[in-house]
Design a protein around this ligand. Structure first.
Ligand code: BMA
Length: 316
């Protein structure tokens, strides 16, 4: 289907939002950015839920069809009581991304404390018990996404260290998932574009025959505050630090009421997507930091969109 210019190529589900505060069976303020995966026949969302005090915990929602979710009665992960995690999670745990490698589901999330935001890694094999592995970055770093397989013998992750007054997407490698290094920049903000001020990886990279498809978020600071949109980029399969092509236009922009109005308005922010056998991607995204929504796009269409327009002017 050829889409009209100026409209998003991610198609919203007509029943959005799919999860709101009303669906959460324990006291909380908001529910939003969620990691997503299939676990057997079940769709799983691991959602960022902000409690009444303003700290975030992670809660599970389960579904048979990917559309209708039931939220577990208690949070799945709360800020740790044990060191070394306790000191760095005092202000909450946020924005989890789920990556399956073999039979283990890894959860990379943001640990937030008075020291800032840093990345942490946990794992589960059953979505009942969760085991923390390690704190895996120093502050300021967010938006960590583990690749779903080793690349040239090493685990790889995208992340978003903050430096030089901006946030760009980087890559790091590890032999053991605990010690990370060989870091380098993958892509930067583009002055004058929708992703001018900050960018970060969104769901974990998806392997395609053309390269790693990465859906990312881009922020433009406007006079009304930050505007969060989603874009797409294709990274080289053997060397994902190399960008093959990057769309100059977003794939999803806040337009609907539930994306524009909420605790933080004008935000669409994904931490998880599920690829179906027919090539359609179910993209789960937080809207206005207040609810969870569902959008669809065919993987081929997203790859085509990566080739659209110029590459933009990256910072030297
Ligand atoms: C980012 C993260 C996200 C949030 C977004 C918009 O820095 O905190 O969890 O959705 O800001 O507020």
């Amino acid at each position: 289907m050829r889409r009209r210019f100026g409209r998003d190529i991610v198609e919203r589900w007509y029943k959005n939002p799919i999860i709101t505060l009303d669906n959460v069976p324990f006291p909380c303020n908001t529910v939003f950015n969620a990691g997503a995966t299939k676990f057997g026949d079940e769709y799983i969302l691991l959602m960022r839920v902000e409690d009444l005090a303003g700290r975030s915990v992670l809660a599970l929602a389960r579904s048979d069809d990917g559309y209708h979710f039931a939220v577990d009665p208690e949070p799945a992960m709360v800020p740790a009581n044990e060191e070394p995690f306790r000191s760095y999670e005092r202000r909450g745990i946020e924005d989890p991304r789920i990556t399956k490698i073999d039979d283990t589901y890894y959860i990379m999330y943001t640990a937030y404390s008075r020291f800032g935001a840093r990345l942490a890694l946990a794992k589960t094999t059953d979505f009942k018990t969760f085991e923390r592995i390690a704190l895996i970055s120093e502050p300021e770093n967010k938006d960590g996404c583990l690749f779903p397989r080793k690349i040239k013998g090493r685990y790889a992750r995208l992340d978003r260290p903050f430096g030089g007054g901006t946030g760009n997407i980087w890559i790091s490698y590890s032999d053991d998932l605990i010690n990370w290094g060989n870091s380098e920049v993958v892509m930067t903000t583009r002055p004058g574009y929708w992703d001018a001020d900050r960018i970060g990886a969104s769901p974990p990279p998806i392997e395609t025959e053309h390269g790693w498809l990465e859906i990312y978020h881009g922020v433009k600071n406007t006079s009304a505050g930050p505007l969060y949109r989603m874009g797409a980029v294709l990274l080289d399969l053997d060397n994902p630090a190399k960008v093959i092509c990057r769309s100059s236009v977003p794939i999803l922009t806040p337009r609907e009421y539930y994306e524009r109005v909420g605790d933080v308005g004008n935000v669409v922010f994904s931490c998880g997507a599920v690829l179906e056998d027919d090539g359609r991607l179910k993209i789960y995204y937080g809207a206005a930091d207040t609810c969870i929504c569902l959008g669809f796009a065919h993987i081929d269409e997203l790859i085509e969109r990566c080739k659209y327009g110029d590459d933009g002017e990256e910072e030297d």
